[in-house]
Design a protein around this ligand. Structure first.
Ligand code: HEC
Length: 513
């Protein structure tokens, strides 16, 4: 069988290594990845379970060999990814659109393994609107009352049909499901030439939303649901937790989102509902908190992004407030914020941004997650130039600016990758082959010859050849709700880093070609 993921995890270790079987059904681990010792073996191949062997001992100086036997699973439903559930539900795609939002804090299977009737789902939609995005069922975090805490998760127009779709697909009508479960194909060809390393985090409720590797090769990540950032040694997997002081004591949800390295090596994290941003100062190993001034604070103030990447140009670090879609610029030397207000184009039309990477002159781009536009903000004139994606319903989300100033971004609704070229002022797009990929973020590599993205729904990361348009989709060994993607490059070699936002692990994927 081609495309079976085989994972080896050493007894007592927090690191597991995964490779994929080739067209002849063979697999092998690079010799430098597994030393002598006892390993647990596991697999991922949709429709199959591992009969055995489930462990192997590698003796010092010798080769370990295992001939794995699989058998058909009797519980296919337990193996489906979020996307496979959505694909399987018997309803037109437009009636299932709302479901991508249901994977923000838990799996879709959590929703479908219930016995609620449609009327009960209407109440659940309201309850789901009360939680902050950094929640999980094991760690619910209520929003404070306020404009963002009182919106049902599904809007009034869509809710009745959405409730009906869920009540037809869950276990409310019968103890088994009457519809066919659709699955994605196993990886093949280039998608099997990969080594995946997964590092378990010391706390099970850690939500590693954004992961980056700093210039010295150390791994940093945010915690979407708590007041920490993590610093990991990629060789040993050892994690240090760095506490982020609370800025609000009124019960505002905890957690940070974007993490970014400034040119001087300091690490910045956005503080979400804590109402500001944080800086870890490399020289002193101290954390500084920059709270937005009180006159701009409400219970819904939310700094989701921080952009320190080009702060060496003019000294400023950018952040935003999701509450009113305003942009703010911080001068870390004085701690003073400048409020730029809600971003508008020259005609006064607002362009709300979710992602906000800065260009090489430290001017922020705005990615309109609720629409189809890209804004390019000029801090001097305080207006944005606005460009619309050709893909309909694209929902641009996050991305990065490359060394040539091109903006690479995810099209969550368009199921694609977008690139804005500031020279031609045009947008180029590529469609992803797997339906319901709903990519969250994009990063270019090899000088723009390739681009990477990860899915919140399919457990896949995708690698695009920007010339040919070819996409290689790599399956990850576990259910992995992926947010930010980061590429580490060393010559021809590249490694993609992502966080498993609900799985408390950091994943490194190294293609072998
Ligand atoms: C912002 C985070 C968040 C989002 C987004 C979210 N949920 Fe939840 N969900 C939770 C939390 C926290 C729990 C556990 C606490 C609870 O049941 O209220 C939960 C539990 C559930 C349960 C299980 C309830 C039970 O009694 O077993 C269902 C069903 C559910 N969610 C449905 C949905 C649907 C449908 C959507 C999308 C429309 C959705 N959720 C989106 C946070 C979220």
């Amino acid at each position: 069988m081609e495309g079976v993921l085989v994972t080896a995890k050493k007894a007592g270790s927090t690191i597991s290594v995964t490779v994929v079987t080739d067209a002849q059904g063979r697999f092998s681990f690079p010799p430098d990845r597994l030393d002598a010792g006892k390993y647990a073996l596991s697999i991922r191949a949709i429709g199959y379970v591992l009969d055995g062997p489930k462990e192997i001992t590698i003796e010092p100086g010798s080769e370990g060999k295992a001939d794995l036997k699989l058998s058909k699973t009797r519980n296919l439903a337990s193996q489906l990814s979020n996307a496979e559930w959505i694909m399987s539900i018997p309803a037109p795609d437009r009636d299932k659109r709302f479901m991508d939002d249901c994977s923000g804090c838990h799996t879709i299977s959590k929703v479908l393994n219930t016995t609620y009737e449609a009327s009960e789902f209407l109440d659940i939609f309201k309850r789901m609107g009360l939680y902050s995005p950094g929640s999980m069922p094991t760690k619910p975090q209520p929003l404070l009352p306020g404009p963002r805490g009182e919106r049902p998760r599904v809007n009034a127009a869509t809710a009745p049909r959405a409730a009906e779709v869920l009540a037809n697909a869950n276990l409310s009508q019968s103890p088994t499901r009457s519809f066919e479960l659709k699955t994605l194909p196993r990886p093949k060809g280039r998608a099997t030439k990969v080594v995946i390393t997964e590092y378990d985090l010391p706390r099970k409720d850690w939500q590693p939303h954004d992961v980056i590797v700093d210039k010295q090769g150390e791994v940093w990540f945010s915690d979407f649901g708590d007041q920490f950032m993590g610093r990991m040694d990629p060789v040993t997997g050892k994690v240090a937790s760095i506490a982020l002081p609370m800025m609000k004591t009124d019960g505002s949800p905890k957690g940070g989102l974007e993490i970014g390295e400034a040119p001087n090596g300091d690490i910045w994290v956005s503080g979400m509902y804590q109402g500001g941003v944080y800086r870890w100062e490399r020289a002193s190993n101290k954390v500084h908190a920059y709270k937005i001034p009180d006159q701009w604070q409400t219970p819904s103030t939310q700094e989701s992004m921080v952009s320190p990447q080009h702060s060496d140009v003019d000294g400023y670090v950018w952040t935003n407030d999701q509450q009113d879609h305003s942009l703010l610029r911080l001068d870390p030397r004085t701690g003073v914020y400048e409020q730029m207000g809600e971003t508008k184009d020259a005609s006064g039309k607002p362009i709300p941004g979710y992602g906000m990477p800065t260009d090489l002159k430290n001017r922020p781009f705005l990615l309109e997650f609720s629409g189809t536009r890209i804004g390019w903000f000029d801090p001097e004139k305080k207006v944005a130039d606005v460009f619309t994606t050709p893909f309909v319903g694209s929902r641009p989300r996050r991305g990065r600016v490359d060394a040539e100033g091109r903006l690479w971004f995810a099209e969550y609704g368009g199921n694609g990758i977008g690139m804005f070229d500031p020279k031609s002022k045009s947008i180029k797009e590529w469609q992803l082959p797997i339906p319901w990929s709903q990519p969250y973020d994009v990063v270019a590599s090899k000088g723009g010859a390739e681009a990477w993205t990860g899915s919140m729904l399919t457990d896949h990361v995708s690698r695009l050849d920007t010339k040919s348009g070819e996409v290689v989709d790599y399956l990850l060994p576990r259910n992995t709700n992926i947010r930010r993607v980061f590429v580490q490059e060393a010559g021809e070699k590249q490694a993609l880093w992502v966080g498993s936002n609900h799985g408390a692990s950091i994943v490194k994927l190294e293609p072998l070609d």
